[in-house]
Design a protein. Structure first.
Length: 178
């Protein structure tokens, strides 16, 4: 389950996306930030974390937080099944690069999607924050929500939510936590 194999060669104007299912809907994310896909398991829960942080895993000696994307989108927690997996992403923030895992119901495929087949994100509805959506791709006559991973997994925003969840105010540079 660790290897990502593209189904089609990359062509100018196209990018490769990992498609996956979450709550019965099809989503996609650019494969460039994906390090690997692992089976769900050996998760350690951490007290006083925001609800969307499912826990942490030990990935070759590194502690990697695992985010439940469904909860991050304001939906009920993802039930774990045989096809559930964790997609390990490399996320760039103000303090450098951090690996973050995201829990998904099932991984579908790696597809090449032409830029012309991606429409701008709608300004209404969608069931998730509009800034989380990078666009809507047309794949086989069906829409796939292309996520803006940098916004969904903003390390700074998640840290602020974590601090708000435990009653602490965010600490700015040069200040001390109380």
């Amino acid at each position: 389950m660790n290897a990502l194999v593209a189904t089609e060669p990359k062509v100018d104007g196209e990018a490769q996306y990992l498609t996956f299912v979450l709550g019965g809907e099809m989503f996609a994310m650019d494969i460039l930030g994906i390090k690997e896909i692992i089976e769900y398991g050996n998760l350690t829960t951490v007290p006083m974390m925001p609800a969307f942080v499912r826990g942490v895993i030990n990935l070759r000696g590194a502690v990697v937080p695992v985010v439940d994307l469904a909860v991050r989108f304001g939906r009920p927690s993802t039930p774990v099944n045989k096809r559930s997996c964790i997609v390990i992403l490399e996320v760039h923030g103000e303090e450098g690069v951090q690996d973050i895992g995201v829990l998904v119901d099932a991984v579908s495929a790696v597809l090449s999607i032409a830029a012309a087949d991606i429409e701008p994100a709608p300004s209404f509805g969608g069931g998730i924050r509009a800034d989380f959506i990078g666009g809507m791709a047309k794949v086989d006559g069906r829409f796939v929500i292309v996520l803006s991973v940098e916004r969904v997994l903003s390390v700074e925003e998640m840290a602020q939510l974590s601090q708000a969840g435990d009653g602490r105010a965010p600490v700015r540079e040069g200040e001390f936590a109380q």
